[in-house]
Write a protein that binds this ligand. Structure first.
Ligand code: FES
Length: 625
């Protein structure tokens, strides 16, 4: 072959190779897509033309989404929420501190670009203006230099390679001896992934898949913990799906936005206004007590302004004195009983803000969830609760005292053609237990993740100027992330500018039962960890703080998937929504809530023969599936 022919042949081979490679690369790139709609969907009517009443139970993102979508289709929607404010885990409340009023939330919220359904909801309510893009995804380590992710190319697999290239701790050589674990992470394949990996936890999966330690400690551990589940209790299949959703399965990369104002002002209030503008009724401070059936359908949702009635408790009269006595209940709360003169008085120990169990302290009662306080008679004195602890009937019966056998007055039955239950796991299980044995069994496989802590501090020293809004942290005893509110959100930015101080928040995502210690000990450790993370705060004084400890995130443990209920239920007119519901497409956290709300709305629309809502999703399978 002469030189010219040789060059020509080489050119053909290289060109074909490049085309083949390009084609293969094009094929594996993740893309935004839409769930298939039923045949003939476009020809169906869009709006309900006959009167159809829907009661949505739970005013978090899932409930707000379902309610808004159905109100937009001219259903007669009533949304009931037990708390005084909508929003669920996205809610905020006001605290008095240092002579001013400040909003406080359940913790920092990151809005990722692939939260497609949530973003469509926010856009429709006109709230996107409060979202600001974060300049990267930094991780601070207890034992090595920080890493910042998020500045990667979007092209798979170069995005994975650029994570390795950007990192101080990762080296390509570390991957030489890896087993199949990383490969499996890139092969998310819906139910097949669950069949293979739902039986083991992610920590064990990483060991058995021989994923190198630097990769686990630098990338997988810090990001995996943001599921709010411990890796030792997190299903490997759920973790694969989670990484697929955030890293490999979307074309947007790891970029996220944060809120410039508190979540209620920025998001929840506009969503509520939109729902009401569409004709939806919002009833806050109304808890669903039970669902009433008429054969195989839900006919009514019974609501009440009080906490649900307490089951009857009996104790020895000799045990009831002049001081409050706590009598534990099955749900983790207590009933408090005492004598007052010749009378007996009893209080329901569930906080009237969002139902957390209150505890007795020297000033009365304290709620650990959002810092609510009640005086010794159960009247609210500080924090979010505005309603006194509910009084229960207590009577003497010979040598016994009987408490809580009467139902509080004020029940109201809301008739419905459809019911969407969108409470978090505990509320859902309680509601179903009070309603019906069959429904209770249907949701009994769900659970809550371990407790988490959110601790916000007002300090008299500033943080360093170059600080970013939010950091994930790794290899600390409690602290899993850190948000510097005085760097990004009003009114904290202005307060810090005026006073020269700072407002920071530290989070512990899921505290194992054997690691749990009393709140003062958690605070002591987290304070010491905060000073290691932000050494410029050494010597700072805490001017005010808000400490929350609660457990209301959904559990994704090995084996849960098979028992997880879907959006539809055995009853044709009862739908479920929330991030605990089994979703076909991959989604997590706030996007899972919004998507589940839309799926529940679609189930209603399907029953009515109406056109469905197109549901966007990240790629349904991993690039190597
Ligand atoms: Fe929020 Fe008690 S549940 S303060």
């Amino acid at each position: 072959m002469n030189r010219r022919r040789f060059l020509k042949a080489t050119g053909y081979v290289l060109g074909a190779g490049a085309l083949g490679l390009g084609g293969a690369l094009w094929k594996v790139q993740p893309r935004r897509q839409w769930l298939p709609l039923p045949d003939g969907d476009a020809a169906r009517p869009e709006f309900a033309t006959t009167r159809r009443r829907v009661v949505v139970v739970g005013g978090g993102l899932a409930g707000l989404t379902a309610a808004t979508e159905l109100a937009a289709r001219r259903f007669e929607v009533t949304l009931v929420e037990r708390a005084a404010q909508l929003g669920g885990k996205l809610t905020a409340w006001t605290v008095s501190a240092l002579g001013e009023q400040f909003p406080v939330e359940h913790g920092f919220h990151g809005f990722f670009a692939q939260y497609y359904n949530l973003r469509e909801l926010l856009d429709a309510a006109g709230v996107s203006g409060d979202l600001a893009p974060s300049p990267g995804y930094p991780v601070l380590f207890g034992d090595r230099p920080p890493e910042t992710f998020g500045h990667t190319t979007r092209l798979f697999p170069f995005n994975m390679l650029s994570v390795v290239r950007q990192s101080h701790a990762l080296h390509l050589g570390d991957f030489r001896k890896d087993g199949d674990g990383l490969y499996d992470l890139m092969k998310y394949d819906g139910e097949r992934t669950f069949e293979r990996f739902d039986g083991i936890d992610f920590a064990r999966f990483a060991v058995e898949g021989r994923i190198n330690r630097p990769m686990v400690e630098t990338v997988l551990e810090p990001f995996g913990k943001t599921t709010l589940n411990r890796l030792e209790r997190l299903s490997a299949a759920e973790a694969i799906r989670f990484f697929h959703f955030y890293m490999m399965g979307n074309p947007e990369g790891l970029g996220f936005s944060y809120l410039r104002r508190d979540s209620v002002t920025a998001i929840v209030d506009p969503l509520r206004r939109r729902l009401e503008a569409l004709g939806g009724q919002v009833r806050v401070g109304k808890g669903a007590r039970r669902l009433e059936r008429d054969g195989a359908r839900i006919a009514r949702v019974v609501v009440d302004a009080h906490p649900s009635p307490s089951p009857r408790l009996v104790l020895a009269a000799a045990d009831v004195g002049d001081r409050w006595r706590a009598v534990p209940r099955d749900d983790g709360s207590s009933v408090f009983v005492r004598r007052r003169g010749d009378d007996l008085v009893a209080l329901d120990g569930r906080c009237t803000h969002m139902g957390c169990p209150v505890v007795l302290d020297e000033d009365g009662f304290r709620c650990p969830c959002h810092g609510g306080r009640f005086d010794g008679d159960g009247r609210p004195t500080a924090g979010p609760p505005t309603v006194a602890l509910a009084s229960l009937v207590a009577r003497r019966d010979g040598e016994r005292v009987v408490v809580g056998e009467s139902a509080p007055a004020g029940e109201e039955a809301l008739a419905c053609d459809y019911c969407v239950v969108a409470c978090e796991v505990r509320g859902l299980q309680e509601l179903m237990r009070r309603s019906d044995g069959e429904l209770s069994a249907h949701v009994s496989g769900l659970g809550e993740a371990d407790p988490y802590v959110v601790w916000r501090l007002w300090l008299d020293k500033p943080t360093a100027r170059e600080r970013l809004p939010f950091y994930t942290t790794s290899r600390f005893r409690f602290t899993d992330s850190l948000a510097i509110y005085s760097a990004f959100q009003e009114p904290f930015v202005s307060w810090a500018r005026r006073t020269g101080g700072s407002v920071v928040e530290v989070h512990a995502y899921a505290i194992a039962p054997d690691a749990m210690v009393p709140a003062p000990a958690i605070r002591a450790v987290m304070w010491e960890e905060l000073l290691r993370l932000l050494p410029e705060l050494a010597g700072a004084r805490v001017l005010h703080d808000e400490f929350q400890q609660q457990s209301n995130f959904s559990r994704f443990a090995p084996g849960d998937h098979a028992r997880r209920p879907a959006t539809t239920t055995p009853l044709a007119n009862l739908m479920l929504a929330g991030d605990h519901v089994k979703l076909g497409p991959p989604a997590a956290l706030m996007e899972a809530a919004a998507m589940s709300g839309r799926l529940a709305a679609n189930a209603v629309l399907a029953r009515e023969g109406l056109r469905q809502i197109p549901i966007p999703t990240v790629a349904l399978k991993g690039p190597l599936a």
